[in-house]
Design a protein around this ligand. Structure first.
Ligand SMILES: Cc1cc2nc3c(=O)[nH]c(=O)nc-3n(C[C@H](O)[C@H](O)[C@H](O)COP(=O)(O)OP(=O)(O)OC[C@H]3O[C@@H](n4cnc5c(N)ncnc54)[C@H](O)[C@@H]3O)c2cc1C
Length: 336
């Protein structure tokens, strides 16, 4: 027996109301009409993690037919516990995402599927989106919430410790290792800035430059004033037990004990399709967006880690909500 869900009821109601307004809504109807056919959506969101799900919820609640496609590789997947996101502090990241998915899936207006978006082609009416090199879906608008991919340095043990004891952000994990023997891995201005930041959480601090230091004389003196050591020896490996770092072994055979290591890792866009579609990137490599999360290409929005270095779940969610609301506003303006 077919039971009409609340979402279907609302969708059908919106279509019926639209039909009554003909011909005023003729521009909008093709999108609304296509909503009831297979494979056609108002919005397709590429990526299905925190930022995507926040955008999906805002759009689903705005009665937009939304498809979320996710390849299942959020950047914090190796981290045991996520912090600094209100109401979810200390919760495993995958649990936060699972709860978000569950809540978004309740909306009959939103569909979620696993898969990798492999290509997007701009069409007269919007975009054709290819998933896993086969299935194609169409949408009037796109949101890229695809995150970034951290590029692990060629140091044995680094990847295994990433997100467990090798850390990217003190606001996410600094409290848990406060006052511990801690290192910063990096060199130059950025490493100086990160070391200065981390000195807020611990005084037991060493900067490991992994080769000759490129700090200025002033920066070196400043770290010295705060009793922060600089070690230039090249790193051979991070010694650890199941990702929990115990020490650094240098190429010259020396070793030092350490409990946590902050690192300035390189990153790349997790998905290169926005660039292929013409979306501009910032000098740092993030997708350029305006305060409404619009990219430089009409009809394409982006949100979350792929657009900012302020990398937290809270920020990704905030940007996703903004993208969803602003995109719906754009659709209303085009239809009304
Ligand atoms: C090690 C580590 C620990 C962290 N710890 C914390 C913490 O404790 N607290 C905190 O607030 N923040 C933490 N963060 C930051 C937080 O993880 C990110 O800010 C957040 O995950 C960003 O969400 P997002 O949705 O933008 O991207 P992500 O969560 O990275 O998700 C992007 C999604 O898009 C998918 N995707 C990419 N390309 C495609 C494609 N072509 N087709 C389909 N899907 C695609 C990916 O598979 C992935 O599922 C941590 C980050 C790291 C790296």
């Amino acid at each position: 027996m077919y039971t009409m869900t609340r979402g279907h009821f609302i969708t059908l109601g919106a279509t019926a109301a639209g039909a009554m307004l003909l011909p005023l809504r003729t521009m909008a109807l093709p999108i609304r009409k296509r909503m009831n056919e297979n494979q056609q959506f108002d919005v397709i969101i590429v990526g299905g993690s925190y930022s995507s799900l926040a955008a999906g919820m805002a759009l689903g609640r705005a009665l937009r037919r939304v498809l979320i496609v996710d390849s299942g590789l959020p950047s914090n997947r190796q981290t045991p516990y996520s912090h600094n996101f209100i109401t979810q502090d200390g919760v495993p990241p995958l649990e936060i995402a699972a709860l978000a998915r569950q809540q978004v899936a309740r909306y009959a207006t939103v569909e979620l599927r696993n898969g990798l978006v492999t290509d997007v082609i701009r069409t007269e009416h919007g975009f054709d989106v290819h998933v896993d090199n086969s299935t194609a879906y169409s949408a009037a608008k796109l949101v890229f919430a695809t995150g970034v991919r951290d590029v692990m340095p060629d140091i044995k043990g680094f990847a295994e410790c990433w997100g467990i004891s090798v850390l990217h952000c003190p606001y996410c994990h600094g409290y848990e290792v406060r006052d511990e023997v801690t290192g910063v891995l990096g060199n130059g201005d950025k490493a100086f800035e990160l070391t200065r930041l981390i000195s807020n959480w611990t005084k037991e601090l060493t900067l490991f430059t992994n080769g000759p230091s490129t700090l200025t004389t002033e920066q070196t003196a400043k770290l010295g004033d705060h009793h922060i050591r600089i070690v230039e020896a090249e790193i051979g490996e991070l010694e650890h037990i199941q990702g929990h770092i115990e020490g650094i072994r240098f190429k010259d055979g020396a070793a030092t004990h350490i409990k946590a290591l902050y690192s300035l890792t390189a990153f790349e866009q997790h998905c290169s399709i926005p660039q292929r579609l013409g979306c501009e990137l910032t000098q740092e490599g993030y997708i350029t967006v305006d305060p409404q999360q619009r990219t430089s290409m009409h009809g394409i929005y982006a949100c979350g880690d792929n657009t900012t270095r302020l990398r937290t779940v809270a920020n990704a969610v905030a940007m996703g909500t903004t993208a969803g609301m602003m995109l719906n506003k754009e659709l209303i303006a085009e239809e009304f």
